[in-house]
Design a protein around this ligand. Structure first.
Ligand code: PBG
Length: 330
């Protein structure tokens, strides 16, 4: 009778030895909550994202209080712009009295220790729903868009944002924003670059939430967001963003792109974030609502997988729930 030389199951037999050899842990310290804000009072549910609401500033402050109690490090803000404030030049994006800027000031005043991350991209503000300015042919022009993004980032920094997060995928925007922040004296404002952001179909519910889906219509973002087929290109994007002054880099979406996170982390060793996007959240919620999946177990397993793949932090709509679940299980 031949016995196995190695019995890997020995260490799996009991909880104590499973705990001792566990390689990856998920903690509340790893989670960032994305929040949708709107200019009206009260909460408004997002139909395709059960459990997620658009928040007025009062409700945002209540969520911030809960986030602090649960010890989440940071929130990421996503404003919903009223139709009449949208324009071809997206000028509302750098209005110092705009919704995003007011929300940042209110958060920093009420909860100075909670990190505030703002999204730098024009899509909530353009009448056509693209992340940048378009020419007569509908092409998103790079350099003029970068100038607009610099104005937007400076306006966020003036409002007190701790981290600006360009999610637009224009070339050269990290360098331009870094330079402008330095020149204006915002030497502590961090940049989280959406470095490898793919032209993904998993953003659908987000575009419903911020109302850019309607504006975008049949348009797509393939001329600036990355082709899901590409991996080498992601490394080039990350390399450029780090060289231009990004403090953190992001891969987005999450679960379908774990290979990219691993490679980015191995190649650069920089703080690496991943975004579990709206479509990933919606899938889990829908399956759980049907009783087909265990929401808590599957959400926590997905979040742990991001850590195992090399991510240092995760933007996730599950952040509040996950923080509660982690507190319960210790
Ligand atoms: C826009 C932006 C998008 C998301 C974050 N910032 C959508 C897009 O690029 O169309 C998606 C996030 C999500 O799906 O949860 N710049």
């Amino acid at each position: 009778m031949a016995y196995p030389d190695t019995r890997l199951r020995r260490m799996r037999r009991d909880a104590f030895s499973r705990r001792l050899m566990r390689e990856t842990t998920l903690s509340t310290d790893d989670l960032v909550l994305p929040v949708f804000i709107h200019g009206r009072p009260g909460r408004e549910p997002v139909a395709s994202m059960p459990g997620v609401d658009r928040l007025g500033i009062d409700d945002l402050l209540r969520v911030a209080e809960t986030a602090c109690e649960l010890r989440l490090p940071a929130l990421a803000l996503f404003p919903v712009t009223a139709q009449e404030a949208k324009s071809a030049d997206a000028a509302a994006a750098w209005d110092d009295d705009g919704l995003c800027q007011r929300a940042v000031r209110a958060l920093k005043q009420g909860f100075p220790d909670l990190g505030v991350i703002t999204d730098v991209a024009l899509d909530p503000y353009t009448s056509h729903g693209q992340d940048g300015l378009v020419d007569d042919g509908g092409y998103v022009v790079n350099d003029a868009t970068v100038e607009a993004l610099v104005q937007q980032a400076l306006s966020h920094a003036r409002a007190g944002a701790d981290v600006v997060a360009p999610s637009d995928m224009m070339d050269g925007r990290i360098g331009a924003i870094r330079l402008a922040l330095e020149e204006a004296g915002f030497v502590h404002t961090r940049i989280l670059a959406y470095a490898a952001k793919y032209a993904s179909s998993f953003y659908g519910p987000f575009r419903d939430a911020v109302g850019s889906a309607q504006a975008l219509g049949k348009g797509d973002k393939a001329s600036y967001q990355m082709d899901p087929a590409n991996r080498d290109e992601a490394l080039r994007e990350v390399e450029l963003d780090l060289a231009e002054g990004a403090d953190m880099v992001m891969v987005k979406p999450g679960l379908p792109y774990l290979d990219i996170v691993r490679q980015v982390k191995d190649a650069f060793g920089a703080p690496t974030f991943i975004y579990q996007v709206s479509g990933e959240y919606a899938m889990l919620k829908a399956a759980a609502a049907n009783g087909w999946l265990d929401e808590r177990a599957c959400a926590l397993e997905s979040l742990l997988s991001f850590k195992r793949a090399g991510a240092d932090a995760v933007l996730t709509y599950f952040a509040l729930d996950a923080a509660r679940w982690l507190r319960e299980t210790g």
